[in-house]
Design a protein around this ligand. Sequence first.
Ligand code: PLP
Length: 497
Amino acid sequence: MKTEETLAPPLGDMDKEEFRRFGHELIDWIADYFEHIEDRPVLAQIEPGDLKAQLPTVPPEKGEAMEQIIADVDRLIVPALTHWSHPSFFAYFATSTSAPGIFGELLSAAFDNKAMLWRTSPASTELEEVTLDWLRQMMGLDAGYTGIIYDTASVSSMHAIAAAREGVELRIREEGMSGRADLPLLRVYVSEQAHSSIEKGVITLGLGQKALRKIPTDAEFRMDVRALEDAIEEDKRNGYVPFCIVATVGTTSTSSIDPVADMIPIGEKHAMWLHVDAAYAGSAAVVPELRHILKGCERADSVAVNPHKWLFTPFDLSVLYCRHLDLLRRAFSLVPEYLRTPEQEKVRSGSDYGVQLGRRFRALKLWMIIRYFGHEGLAARIREHCRLAKLFASWVEESPDWELMAPLPLALVCFRACPTLPTIDAESEVTRNARLDVLNEAIMHGVNATGKALLSHTKLNDKLTLRLSIGNIRTTEKHVRQVWDLLNEQLKLVRQA
Ligand code: PLP
């Protein structure tokens, strides 16, 4: 019910006492949300269009009471959420927010800084430099790298490819790519397991999908370095210009790690930029004994890592570490008169390094997270996720009904059910796999429909593969045991059907 005292005043913002009251109420609401999150289904249990059907199609003419708005969050919005913060969210790459990260977001919304120039937010600009240098040290990257924050890895990698292209000296910034007979086909190389964001980046930059060459992978889903070298040589013979290799450290399907160190000499031989997409796995390098995953990066040109994936940072925050900030700047800096400042030669302004002018104060939440948990605390949590994944994988390996489908370098388990099926006459391996695909898909949907856990899938060597990703700050062994039981219950049900 609307009450007069909580309606917006005729002018200006919410009354300060009400701001305090609702602020406290909302923090309590969030604390309760986390405390009882396991009572909620992980996957939103609604049908497409359900939420829209309950919302007015026209905006309110007059302001509404805050109580009513918060009540509608509970009644309408929460049931339409898939709860990424649920400890049994094991799909895609499991991620999570954290208390210091939420506080950072809250403060950043209050400050509402647009960090386009140093002077429009000295705090954001300088804190970003310091915090990213801390993260660089924690990941064991050398001091030749300078970090810059973007929203997502898709955008970080696109900027890396743009900087690489700027280095080719084809005056693309000035003259573009269209209507030019003098431009050869520029090529970017990724493995077949690379994330689709690289292809999108290539499309966005006007290079065209033709510019992307996908290199086969080995039995462990890592880029085949020999095939990479052959592809580059072949393209050169055809008059193309190979300019960028994108290695993936932690591929999306299996978390496989491309052999960056072996790719480096190839990039160097052909004077190409080597970008490392470590969006998922990069955070794991804060664990000293896992630092080796970034082996080779000491000679790469850029590395993208997403603290919003596995560093307990609320979405969004992606970091691009780059050795050639000058090229990034050359590709993107454009300073109209109204943005000229006396100090511009002495400072770093975020808008010089990307498409965006205004930039959110994202560094604040990362700074608070690193300070609150400390390097050791962050490493301990990631180490525990890897332990839990190995534990789950050991159950898979020990069971005759399940099998692992890929190596387990970190905390993502790729597996499938492989029970003995009643044989169909003259059944080929292909038919057996097709039947296992149907069975595994049914198991996954069965588990997800319980609302008690959420898994996702991929295809590996044409076989439907289930993925269990552990990366949530609240996930414990209890949740991993529970999903294992759920999987086995579903297997039983599906076999009986
Ligand atoms: N690169 C890899 C390896 C990924 O796994 C993902 C997403 O899962 C991305 C890039 C894209 O990340 P973002 O959503 O930050 O653009």
